[in-house]
Design a protein around this ligand. Structure first.
Ligand code: SAH
Length: 242
């Protein structure tokens, strides 16, 4: 990672408050992995899109206090909101999709269960996915990490995309796309199925909700490949990755 180490903290009210406390996992990471010491200059992120320069003032057993010296708007966040909805995947594949989507700039991630989905999710796994998103966000110098949420009902997952201008449904059995990805503008929600793919019923429901089916070509991609490829294409169409 280039430059000063970056850490997520709770909301910062700067310049009203010029001290910030780092605790929990971020503190342990700072102390044991990043070897932060008193006097080290760091960057604090509070998830608002702002970044703060700070100097570590005091390290105690379970937390550290840093003195904030400046704040600015992060310049690496995408201009347009992308929401990735992805079926729960087996093994560590969901983590892979979350990590890559975060690097590509998504603002929000929903993991869902569906008819042909055989992966299992629980609160711990979702917490772990949020951690993966935070780590990926720091590594690629973002100032926000996408929140990862879970939907155990497929309908709730698709309904959560209702306010997005573009709603795209990666459909492995679609012969052609109903929307040209390269011509979209405005916010976009992207739905990608799990290893088992989507059912005809799920496809029909997505159409009712105004999703456009998208083909990613003649080959059947693994779910995580499809999630990364579609996110990259949409990011590019919206002016990112260039
Ligand atoms: N088990 C399914 C494939 C699922 S692929 C089968 O055998 O047909 C997992 C997900 O990746 C799909 O639900 C879809 O969202 C996406 N995907 C994979 N290949 C795709 C393609 N060629 N076009 C559109 N979406 C694709």
């Amino acid at each position: 990672m280039s430059g000063r180490k970056r850490f997520f903290v709770r909301e910062i009210d700067y310049p009203e408050m010029s001290e910030a406390v780092l605790d929990g996992e971020e503190f342990i990471h700072a102390k044991t992995v990043q070897r932060v010491e008193e006097g080290t200059e760091i960057i604090l992120l509070d998830g608002s899109g702002k970044e703060y320069s700070a100097i570590v003032a005091k390290i105690s057993k379970h937390s550290l206090t840093a003195h904030i010296t400046g704040g600015w708007d992060g310049s690496r966040e995408p201009k347009t909101e992308i929401y990735l909805l992805c079926g729960a995947l087996k093994g560590d594949k969901t983590e892979l999709a979350v990590q890559k989507a975060t690097e590509l700039g998504v603002g929000r991630i929903g993991i869902f269960s569906s008819e042909y989905c055989s992966a299992f999710m629980n609160a711990n796994k979702i917490e772990r996915l949020n951690k993966v998103a935070r780590e990926a966000a720091k590594q690629c110098m973002r100032s926000r990490a996408p929140e990862v949420v879970y939907f155990d009902k497929f309908a709730d997952a698709l309904n959560s995309a209702k306010d997005y201008k573009n709603k795209l449904f990666a459909c492995e059995f679609a012969k052609q796309s109903q929307t040209d990805i390269m011509s979209i503008n405005g916010s976009a929600a992207l739905a990608v199925g799990s290893e088992g793919g989507f059912s005809e019923k799920e496809f029909a429901f997505s159409q009712e909700l105004g999703f456009s089916s998208i083909t990613l070509g003649k080959r059947i991609l693994r779910a995580e490949t499809a999630a990364v490829a579609l996110t990259a294409l949409v990011s590019y169409a919206l002016g990112e990755l260039r």
